[in-house]
Design a protein around this ligand. Structure first.
Ligand SMILES: Nc1ncnc2c1ncn2[C@@H]1O[C@H](COP(=O)(O)OP(=O)(O)OP(=O)(O)O)[C@@H](O)[C@H]1O
Ligand SMILES: [Mg+2]
Length: 335
């Protein structure tokens, strides 16, 4: 039996159509072991969030397969997928996180309540206290900062114990003390409860808390390092990637890393954008994750239930090629 909680095989994810088609993930294969903490790093636009969205069943890849906790996502109906997200996946995303009409404590309890369980109030309060929000438990998301909203999402993952927690820049909006605290909590999910954490971050200090650091560039995995790694080692790697000199990752792999710590660099998956990443739509290809991004992506309940606050997840650079009608309006989607 596999010990991998999340497996992506040959995943290709694209946005847009025709000449504007952009390959966000290009034949990515990666697995995340149960009870491990992985950081995903890479330059802006390298595909980190797309990887998380595909792995979490928020986007369907154009090609390839995703398995979460032994369940192949592409075989699921939308309702089953929604249920799987609710029961087995925790989200710590700054965008689309919390139900805006519910208080912090109601948000924390929501996945369990939707699953027909009623967590003791003391457990909910303890989870909010663990993230430093005991005093704010009656506040609604609009009354909390972005970082505080993410901490509510961490509290939710503390209480509902999903198999995997995906966190997209969970410390991006936090001061260093609060960041460390959140990282401690994510670490505890792994060390004490054998949950799996996959965290996108730009911060080498945050990534150094992970067991492994996967680097993306131009939609491909260019480096997969087993920890422990220091923040300095990670920063050195990041600097190489961001300078675009990714060939130096291949040749020598010096950059202050001891030999043997770099694992499973996929052959042929060195960076370098192959003549740009836009390409014309091949006939017969599935549509982009953007256009297939699931309605009510972060909804916890199938059907028209809990409206979830999906604060704008708009991109400065991204196109909005999604076919109209497929995509719900973002704020307070009735899921
Ligand atoms: N909805 C979208 N429509 C069109 N293009 C998109 C969309 N979402 C992402 N992209 C593009 O796909 C590529 C990968 O985006 P992604 O958000 O995964 O990058 P990222 O590594 O998370 O970047 P960042 O560090 O800035 O958050 C980028 O070129 C981005 O512009
Ligand atoms: Mg991102």
């Amino acid at each position: 039996m596999t010990t991998q909680t999340v497996v992506l095989e040959n995943v290709r994810a694209t946005y847009g159509e025709g000449a504007r088609r952009l390959v966000a993930l290009d034949d990515v294969s990666v697995g995340f072991e149960r009870g491990t903490f992985a950081a995903v790093m890479g330059p802006s636009g390298s595909g980190k969030s797309t990887l998380l969205h595909c792995a979490a069943g928020l986007d369907r890849p154009a090609v390839g397969s995703v398995t979460v906790d032994g369940v192949a996502l592409d075989e699921l109906t939308e309702d089953d997928l929604t249920r799987l997200r609710r029961d087995r996946i925790g989200f710590v995303f700054q965008a689309f996180n919390l139900v805006s009409s519910l208080t912090a404590e109601q948000n924390v309890a929501l996945p369990m309540r939707l699953a027909g369980r009623r967590p003791p109030v003391s457990d909910v309060v303890a989870a909010l206290e663990a993230v430093g929000l005991g005093e704010r438990r009656r506040h609604r998301p609009s009354e909390l900062s972005g970082g505080e909203q993410q901490r509510v999402a961490v509290a939710r993952a503390l209480i509902s114990r999903p198999a995997v927690v995906f966190a997209d820049e969970p410390t991006g909006a936090l001061d260093s003390v609060t960041s460390r605290h959140i990282l401690d909590l994510l670490r505890a999910l792994v060390d004490e409860h054998q949950q799996t954490v996959v965290m996108v971050t730009h911060d080498p200090v945050a990534a150094a808390r992970a067991d492994r650091v996967v680097f993306l560039a131009d939609g491909r995995i260019v480096e997969d390092l087993q920890g422990p790694l220091t923040a300095e080692e990670i920063a050195a790697r990041t600097a190489i990637l961001e300078s675009g000199q990714t060939e130096s990752l291949e040749s020598g792999r010096t950059a202050s890393l001891e030999s043997g710590r770099s694992a499973s660099l996929e052959p042929g998956h060195t960076a370098g954008s192959e003549s740009g990443r836009t390409e014309s739509l091949e006939p017969g290809r599935k549509a982009s994750p953007g256009s297939e991004r699931m309605a009510g992506a972060a909804c916890l309940e199938p059907g028209p239930a809990a409206g979830i606050s999906r604060p704008t997840h708009r991109r400065a650079t991204g196109t909005t090629d999604r076919p109209s009608g497929r995509r719900p309006q973002i704020e307070d989607d009735p899921c």
